[in-house]
Design a protein around this ligand. Structure first.
Ligand code: PGA
Length: 252
């Protein structure tokens, strides 16, 4: 039904040589896997070289972020067209680190999402609550805002190229994974929001990845949940064997 989408978010890690070494180790480890869609998201400076190394492999490449214009006087930014040019087919938009450290708002992220899709990229759009928000009972409200504002204006057809990543901020890089039931509950809630806004067909087909301290030993128990359709993996995607194990453990 929904093919698991397993993506490695390398964040601000790995120099070009290290990035190439990692994908060259990863390729044979996942070569036979076709039950999952596999993506790696290197830093911008490594994209072109990694893209060359991935030629012919069953691993796609994504950016970690991109701007909402094609080109022009936007110092320090990168456009969807440039990601495509470097060999990407995907990009992450709205990672909590972008929201938190770079003040990216729901409104800006919505513009970025729409522009990236219109430019031909596939997008993993991230949402997720902080610990404070969860503990003060605001989780549903936060997810509702992030999902409805973030996805506002998308057409049904856009969802063929848009996935949602649920990443509770308190689980990112902390070693504290959401329990499979916590993940399932949040994913079901998000799918319900999508259903209300975009209808049953979209809700049934959109993939919702879980992110936050996914490791090879917890991937399977998360992935078995009915509304968990993949993973967005940070730390554990920086080692070929652990990422390959996550990929394999996600194929049910
Ligand atoms: P983590 O990061 O797997 O290191 O917790 C996940 C993410 O931020 O995408």
């Amino acid at each position: 039904m929904r093919k698991p989408l397993i993506a490695g978010n390398w964040k601000m890690n790995l120099l070009i040589g290290e990035a190439v070494k990692l994908v060259n180790e990863l390729k044979p480890l996942v070569a036979g896997v076709n039950g999952a869609e596999i993506v790696v998201c290197p830093v911008f400076t490594a994209l072109h070289t990694v893209g060359q190394a991935l030629k012919g492999a069953n691993i796609a490449m994504g950016g970690q972020n991109c701007y909402l214009k094609e080109s022009g006087a936007f110092t320090g930014e990168i456009s969807p067209q440039m990601l495509l040019d470097a060999g990407c087919t995907w990009t992450i938009i709205g990672h909590s680190e972008r929201r938190q450290y770079f003040n990216e708002t729901d409104q800006v992220l919505n513009q970025k999402l729409k522009f990236a899709l219109a430019s031909g990229l596939k997008v993993m759009f991230c949402v997720g609550e902080t610990l404070d928000e969860r503990e003060s009972g605001k989780m549903d409200e936060v997810l509702t805002r992030q999902v409805l504002h973030g996805l506002a204006g998308l057409a049904e057809s856009d969802f063929a190229r848009a996935a949602i990543a649920y990443e509770p901020v308190w689980a990112i890089g902390t070693g504290k994974t959401a329990t499979p039931q916590q993940a399932q509950d949040a994913h079901a809630f998000i799918r319900g929001l999508v259903k209300k806004q975009f209808g049953e067909t979209v809700a049934g087909s959109v993939r919702i990845q879980y992110g936050g301290s996914v490791k090879s030993d917890n991937a399977a128990e998360l992935m078995v949940k009915p509304d968990v359709d993949g993973a967005l993996v940070g730390g554990a995607s920086l080692k070929a064997q652990s990422f390959a194990d996550i990929v394999k453990n996600s194929v049910l």
